[in-house]
Design a protein around this ligand. Structure first.
Ligand code: ATP
Length: 342
């Protein structure tokens, strides 16, 4: 393992910002730290960068503990949310900054800067100042500056979140493909789940200073380890059953073997796993009489709010709406799509 974040804890006074956090990043891997505001992801990134000291734990890079190494000597490339370029330097001077500090020759710097500006799609902007280019272009320059020094690790702190939606989407793909091409091990902080899911090889889902789950985007989405992950990623129906799992007077069978739906359980089902059928359909296992409460057409899918006696379900179906509000329907909940947690 290339980077090993081991048992890191950090308190600010009585506030526990990080509680025994373990994360690893392999060579060439892109790992995202994802979680709600205040969960500790920025603090963890700062500890890795050397800007903040942890109270406990180790940060191992290539087998060596880097905690004694000052931030400036770790050889990491860092990109922050915004406004991190030097305003009084041209784009080319910004990109070449780390190389000048490392005393590379002027010719070498000129060639490398030209190559990097080409790489981030700004071959003609070297002579401009940061205020003369757009926010998205500034972040490309920041990225070029960060990778100029051939960093041992790339640290990205919400690098896309200040940009408008369209630029964010295109830059997301660019950052990802650049990282793949160069193979720089990368740790990125984001609170945007879609960003994490689409960019990362593995995602660290954090909550209140702890790691809830660390795995591939598919693992987190299809096999959430905790109720927090289940509801934080994507949409989820949470059904509360104080008196055992029954809907509209009929039992709800749960697909996990050896799991009895005991009183007080909560069942978790994704909206795309629930089927809507005509009300006349025979009422077999896990089929329940229901009615359409409301619907929202989003172009490629339709979202329905479906009432099943006292419960309300979100159901997602592909394509144009085929049901109307008030229409009686049958919902089918496949047993294998139902998750419960201890
Ligand atoms: P956001 O997405 O809002 O930046 P985050 O997940 O990055 O959130 P952190 O910035 O790491 O969260 O903060 C974790 C907790 O530690 C928060 O409650 C924050 O208020 C607190 N905190 C962070 N830095 C300090 C500090 N220097 N002094 C005191 N408390 C701090």
């Amino acid at each position: 393992m290339y980077l090993q974040i081991e048992q890191i804890s950090k308190n600010f006074g009585s506030l526990v910002a990080l509680d025994n956090v373990n994360v690893e990043v392999e060579q060439r891997e892109f790992v995202c730290l994802l979680g709600p505001s205040g969960c500790g992801k920025t603090t963890l990134l700062r500890i890795v960068s050397g800007l903040v000291e942890s109270d406990q734990g180790r940060i191992m890079l290539d087998g060596r503990d880097i905690r004694p190494v000052p931030a400036t000597q770790r050889g990491f490339g860092i990109v922050f949310q915004s406004y991190s370029l030097f305003p009084n330097m041209t784009v080319a001077e910004n990109v070449g900054y780390g190389l000048r500090i490392r005393k590379h020759s002027r010719d070498r710097i000129r060639a490398r800067v030209a190559e990097l500006l080409e790489t981030v799609g700004l071959p003609d902007s070297g002579g401009k100042y940061p205020h003369q280019i757009s926010g998205g272009q500034q972040q490309r320059v920041a990225l070029a500056r960060a990778i100029a020094i051939d960093p041992r690790l790339l640290l990205l702190d919400e690098p896309l979140s200040a940009l408008d939606a369209k630029v964010r989407l295109s830059l997301r793909d660019e950052v990802r493909s650049l990282q793949r091409r160069l193979g720089i091990p990368t740790l990125m902080v984001t609170h945007d789940q879609e960003e994490a899911m689409t960019m990362a090889d593995r995602v660290v889902c954090m909550n209140e200073g702890r790691v809830e789950q660390f795995g591939t985007p598919e693992e987190l989405y299809t096999r959430p380890a905790t109720p927090f992950v289940a509801t934080f990623l994507g949409r989820m129906n949470v059904l509360e059953f104080p008196d055992g799992a029954r809907l509209a007077g009929r039992p709800l069978r749960i697909g996990e073997p050896d799991r009895e739906a005991s009183p007080g359980i909560r069942a978790y089902v994704r909206p795309e796993h629930i089927e809507l059928r005509d009300a006349e359909a025979p009422t077999g296992e896990n089929q329940f009489p229901a009615s359409i409460g409301d619907l929202q057409f989003e172009g490629n899918i339709t979202r329905y709010r479906v009432d099943v006696e006292e419960h309300t379900l979100q159901v997602e179906a592909l394509g144009y709406p085929t049901r109307k509000p008030g229409e009686p329907v049958t919902v089918r909940i496949p047993p294998e799509a139902v998750r419960i947690f201890d």
